[in-house]
Design a protein around this ligand. Structure first.
Ligand code: DGJ
Length: 750
């Protein structure tokens, strides 16, 4: 059993293959966090708590004589406000009498095999894994508030998930003002915080800073997890790098407003709290009612950031994403958005399908503009019926034609939105989320639908089902193109308006769940103006998410690298788009674009009718290559090989198959140089005793003398041992040209 309770010492040991998490209940029934890290053989780590009498750190009444025991410095498992702990709190409450104090003490617990699903929220599925769970019941006697802390231990995957259920056991109503999923204290840590910030078209850029005193908050109040701050943060030792050092990950399985609060306190101890953002949040908890928080995924690795990423990649791919799409080959798609924008009709889509099929694409996705009067981005969201002026044969004519070419067919939706200029809004203005006394804030000229209303979710399910039933549709691209504002639901009462944002998220999950159940074979790709909702919550329903509207490969290196810390490449929607790029105007070689896009789900995003015959055969070659390496890329281990300093010159990364028999080494030079330093990297994760041979290379490098693509590079045929590649590394011949890229495939054993 992964969870052990030592009755005498009142310690819970949560053991995974390599890590251990400890909770101790002290003599006053305070639930203390005493350890998380490498396994220590269930040694009692409470000796680390030193009972120092600090000035202005008060004591609970019953230990007023023991001044060293202060809620201000004790490491708590779930922190509350008002009872002497001045650090950031996990739970906030306004009690029926106006008091805001909560003092949570241990009441009981249960330990079980397996895990219970969350109610209406995404979570980490048990699948075929050995999972045990601990329910730790805490109670505040005065108010009757009970908090059940839920821990699920994924033993073999070195993962622990946490969430909380908050119940009102009293006969009166209390108001929750904050309800985080987890809180954890780490005494004696001097750490760096790594987080993933960004903006539209430049998402999840990596930022690493040493923690300083007081509170740092990584959050979104945009109604989605957002382009701006991903709900995933890492705390690591100062000397941790990609390959060594202690790293802790905290990822929220949630797609709405979130906050990761990290505090370095007076005593040099760190607290992290993660959950739904408390900004504008409140939840009325009537007698007997329960509030359930989203789940957080915790991981620890002593093997540096690559080691931590591996744990997240495995759990997301195998236990968060829908199983149906885990092992099947997903199609290489072509999306018409950047090829046509709104300017298409039946004839042009059929021509695009013909050209895409000829180039070897496996699925055509018809993007925005196929419904209602949607001829630009000012109207028709909500009108989910085919625009027969554009597509007179209906959706089935397009789908049938695409299918007849041997391709699958996919369709774009933006379900949670409505335009004022739409049939839906004219019929149901009250379904829009907006403050009735004000003019709404507009963005892309659209409003949000009130997903907290059941009839809205019903309408969306029915209107989307009608389309899905009308044609052979294999894929949905699910978009979301604005941030939330004027959060106000026209059906919720005044004292429940603080619930709107979370109820919105629950409504979205409900719709996703209903569609998944009704159409289990239809694969979804999440999207929010690119990667504005790239989170484990959306991945629970859709195994891939459009990573960014920016598919220019040099910018994408940074976006995909930042994304890779928490999410596997199998989740990253990545396409080859036109050059010059539509987002930044940069020109790059087709092969460089392909090498970067292959480290994702792979597809194309341009007008294939404009391809030259050379480009068309080039694309055939790219698709064949991607399909040949599909398992290696999608299921192999991914390693970042360069740090930000080397990346001023080049970026390199590597895939290694689980059995270590194959390697795919990729490099893109972003600052090409004359008389260059030799690009050099040390490979990772290989079999030291094996000899690896480079059997294929794919390059966009120029041969300076010939002025052509360098097909005859010297690397092909080289044989090097795994030990040599990991210790001596690999030295590339110089890469010349415009953003030159090289992909080397190694096989073990010849
Ligand atoms: C934003 C998406 O990220 C694009 O790919 C495209 O689908 C547009 N929306 C369509 O409006």
């Amino acid at each position: 059993m992964a969870i052990i309770f030592d009755k005498e010492k009142k310690i819970f040991f949560l053991n995974t293959a390599h890590t251990e998490y400890q909770i101790k209940i002290n003599e006053y029934n305070m639930p203390l966090h005493t350890y998380y890290g490498d396994s220590v053989g269930n040694a009692d780590m409470a000796y680390l708590i030193r009972e120092l009498d600090r000035g202005f750190s008060g004591n609970s009444y019953e230990c007023r004589e023991k001044r060293g025991i202060s809620p201000d410095t004790l490491p708590f498992e779930y922190s509350s406000d008002g009872a002497g702990d001045y650090r950031v709190n996990a739970i906030g409450i306004i009690l029926n009498n106006g008091s805001r104090t909560l003092d949570l003490r241990y009441k009981s617990h249960s330990i079980e095999e397996g895990r219970a699903p969350l109610n209406g929220l995404p979570y980490v599925r048990a699948e075929e894994d050995k999972v045990s769970s601990l329910n730790l019941v805490l109670t505040d006697e005065c108010s009757g508030i009970e908090v059940v802390l839920i821990y699920n231990v994924f033993e073999d995957k070195d993962i622990i998930t946490r969430s909380a259920k908050i119940k009102n056991n009293s006969s009166v109503t209390h108001i929750l003002s904050k309800a985080a999923s987890m809180s954890m204290d780490m005494p004696y840590k001097r750490m760096d915080l790594i987080h993933f910030h960004g903006r539209h078209a430049m998402e999840r850029l990596t930022e690493r800073n040493e923690l300083t005193h007081d509170l740092q908050v990584i959050s979104s109040k945009r109604g989605t997890s957002s382009h701006h701050n991903n709900p995933f943060v890492i705390l690591c030792d100062h000397d941790a790098n990609e390959n060594s050092g202690s790293c802790y990950g905290f990822m929220l399985v949630y797609s709405g407003n979130h906050a990761e609060e990290i505090e370095l306190d007076q005593a040099g101890s760190i607290r992290i709290v993660s959950g739904i953002a408390d900004n504008n949040f409140s939840w009325k908890l009537e007698s007997g009612e329960v509030f359930e928080t989203p789940e957080a995924i915790l991981a620890y690795s002593a093997d540096g950031l690559n080691g931590l990423s591996y744990l997240y990649h495995r759990i997301i791919r195998e236990n968060v994403c829908p199983k149906e799409f885990r092992d099947i080959k997903r199609p290489v798609l072509i999306n018409n958005w950047e090829g046509t924008y709104f300017d298409f009709d039946e004839k042009s889509i059929i021509e695009i399908a013909d050209a895409a099929a000829d180039a070897g694409c496996e699925m055509l996705v018809l993007d925005d503009g196929w419904f209602g009067e949607r001829n630009d981005d000012n109207r028709a969201l909500g009108d989910w019926f085919v625009n027969e002026k554009k597509l007179p044969g209906g959706m089935s004519k397009i789908a049938d034609h695409v299918n007849s070419l041997g391709m699958k067919f996919g369709l774009w939706f933006e379900p949670e939105m409505v335009n004022e200029d739409s049939e839906l809004f004219r019929k149901h203005p009250e379904w829009a989320l907006r403050d009735p006394d004000r003019k709404p804030v507009m963005s892309r000229n659209q409003l949000l639908l009130d997903m907290s209303r059941k009839e809205v979710v019903d309408y969306l399910f029915e209107s989307m089902s009608k389309i899905l039933d009308s044609a052979n549709i294999s894929y949905i691209k699910w978009d979301f193109n604005r941030s939330v504002s004027n959060v106000y639901s026209n059906w919720l009462p005044e004292d429940r308006q603080g619930e709107t944002s979370h109820r919105f998220a629950l409504g979205t999950y409900d719709l996703l769940e209903r569609l998944r159940k009704a159409y289990p074979d239809i694969m979804m790709e999440g999207c929010s103006g690119g990667g504005g909702r790239f989170d484990a919550g959306i991945l629970f329903y859709s195994p891939q998410i459009w990573c960014s509207d920016n598919s220019e490969p040099v910018n994408r290196l940074k976006i995909q690298k930042g994304t890779s810390y928490g999410y596997p490449v199998s989740t990253m929607g990545s396409h080859v788009s036109a050059s010059p790029n539509h987002q930044n105007g940069r020109m790059t070689p087709l092969r460089t674009r392909a090498i970067v896009a292959m480290s994702g789900t792979f597809g194309y995003e341009f007008d294939p009718r404009k391809l030259s015959s050379e480009e068309r055969s080039e694309i055939k070659e790219q698709i064949a290559l991607f399909n040949r390496y599909y398992n290696l890329i999608q299921k192999g281990r991914y390693f970042r090989l360069t740090d930000s300093r080397s990346e001023e010159y080049f970026t390199a990364w590597e895939f290694v198959s689980e059995d270590k028999s194959e390697i795919l080494l990729n490099i893109v030079v972003t600052d090409v140089r004359a008389n260059p330093e030799i690009p050099h990297v040390k490979l990772l994760g290989l079999d030291p005793d094996a000899v690896y041979e480079i059997d294929n290379l794919f390059s966009s490098c120029q041969n300076l003398a010939a002025g052509t693509v360098d097909a005859g590079r010297k690397e092909k045929g080289m044989k090097i041992s795994g030990a040599a590649l990991m210790n001596g590394g690999f030295a590339f011949d110089p890469l010349y040209g415009v953003y030159p890229a090289l992909q080397l495939h190694f096989v073990k054993g010849a």
